[in-house]
Ligand binder design. Structure first.
Ligand code: PLP
Length: 452
């Protein structure tokens, strides 16, 4: 019998963790020296650690626990499904009710022209699906040379070889010889860091037109798709200027380039609408989904396809699929999550109540001497830290970076904000209350004071 339980002393759990568990995106030696914080439970928007401390989670786990922790009905649904049908696949002429029901539900929430979904186990493998899918789509349309996918520097689309290639993270490309052939990157629309003397609107247009230049350079007959997050999340919550997306849409339409909106973070309400694509008036051909689809209660992701894309793909067998595509328990959990999202009007509440209140408090934090820009859209935001507001200067990168210091101070004060370089970011559960926002604003101001 495995005797490792919540009741072991923290130091013992940490030692075992360091001895056997290699963590994602983590410097193992640094973590072992310090010891990982052991999370033992959670309820609502709060986590609990092995020392009994309560931690306010302003990141919804990894941008995913939108309905909050500790939902009984999800546990019930998962239990029932595991007893009834724990697993069966949807590969060879079979299907099952949870997959049918979730496909129907998800596509009913999607834009009208998108009525088909291909399931995956998360966002990375869904984006791998997209790479193969768009290339095969063009082959079926008699244009097999349309292969290249254009993405953006500093984008995050996942960690598999394909998804990390789509992503534009330099550090990831440096490990494992990425990107794969046929993926190229243009600049991100990060006005604060890269906009110089331009207005955000001028800069948005200029950055969008880099796509058109890249298409011209590659030849439109060689380009399959453009992929982007409506708001770049892991890159630092980069909210594009208002001119950016309309111009991107125009360019994709004009040059017959499929538009893939990676909705893994923005989807299911994060920006105050069902989709980030709604917030920015994007008309995608494909949407990547994961995270908020199940609020992180079970692993599931997928690609939602337009009717046009599906109709072409349906003319041939697609040699692609995952053992856990449409896993019955994950589908059942996702359905219950979406039921809660609708029944509790969580998205409407974000749009009408929480987001405006958070925007007000966030603007207040923007007045802090250390904050150059306080960006917010719905319930996702960033505080851009700067040594000099006027010049929009950046701090030196590295271990003593202010972002790291501020992030660690938050953690010590029992609330979680993440840092990306000089940016402190939040993405709280959609159930975040005004009271939670007050606490966050108060604690964040104190952390900023201490960081200076
Ligand atoms: N796409 C985006 C926009 C993401 O933020 C992420 C994860 O953070 C992914 C894809 C990858 O999803 P997963 O970690 O479920 O593979």
């Amino acid at each position: 019998m495995n005797m490792i339980t919540n009741h072991l002393p923290t130091a013992e759990l940490q030692a075992l963790d360091a001895a056997h568990h290699m963590h994602p995106f983590t410097d193992s030696n640094a973590l072992a020296a310090k010891g990982a914080r052991v999370i033992t439970g959670a309820k609502g928007v709060h986590l609990r650690d092995s020392d009994g401390q309560e931690i306010m989670d302003c990141m919804a786990g990894l941008w995913c626990v939108n309905i909050g922790y500790g939902r009984d009905s999800i546990a019930e649904v998962a239990r029932r499904q595991l007893l009834e049908l724990p697993y069966y696949n949807t590969f060879f002429q079979t299907t099952h009710v949870p997959a049918i029901a979730l496909a129907e539900k998800v596509t009913s929430l999607a834009p009208d022209h998108m009525n088909h979904v291909f399931f995956a186990a998360g966002g990375s493998d869904a984006n791998d699906t997209n790479i193969r899918l768009v290339r095969h789509y063009w082959a079926l349309k008699g244009k097999p040379e349309k292969q290249v996918i254009i993405s953006r520097k500093n984008a995050y689309h996942g960690s598999t070889v394909g998804a990390a290639s789509l992503g534009g993270m330099q550090a990831m490309h440096g490990q494992g010889t990425l990107p794969i052939p046929g993926v190229v990157h243009i600049n991100q629309p990060h006005w604060y860091l890269e906009g110089g003397d331009m207005t955000p609107e001028e800069f948005g247009l200029q950055r969008a037109r880099e796509l058109e230049k890249k298409i011209a350079e590659l030849g439109e007959d060689n380009v399959a798709a453009f992929i982007a997050e409506p708001i770049q999340g892991a890159g630092g919550v980069i909210i594009p200027p208002s001119t950016y997306w309309p111009e991107i849409q125009r360019i994709c339409d004009a040059h017959e380039i499929l538009l893939i909106a990676d909705e893994v973070i923005c989807g299911f309400g994060r920006t105050g609408n069902m989709w980030g694509s709604d917030t920015f008036s994007i008309r995608p051909d494909i949407m990547t989904i994961a995270k908020g689809l199940s609020s992180g209660y079970a692993p599931i992701g997928g690609s939602i396809l337009s009717d046009e894309v599906f109709d072409v793909m349906a003319t041939d067998e697609f040699y692609h699929g995952y053992t856990y595509s449409g896993h019955p328990m994950s589908c059942a959990v996702a359905l219950e999550n979406l039921r809660i999202l609708e029944e509790e009007n969580l998205i409407g509440n974000v749009r009408d109540v929480t987001a405006p209140y958070l925007a007000e408090k966030w603007a207040g934090l923007g007045e802090h001497p250390l904050v150059g820009e306080a960006r917010i859209c719905g319930l996702v935001g960033a505080l851009q830290l700067t040594p000099d507001k006027a010049s929009r200067a950046a701090f030196a990168e590295g271990p003593g970076n202010v972002g790291v210091i501020a992030r660690d101070l938050c953690f010590e004060d029992n609330f979680i904000m993440r840092h990306v370089g000089d940016q402190l970011i939040i993405s709280p559960p959609l159930i975040f209350s005004k009271e939670n926002i007050d606490t966050l604003a108060e604690k964040a101001w104190k952390v900023l004071d201490k960081t200076m």
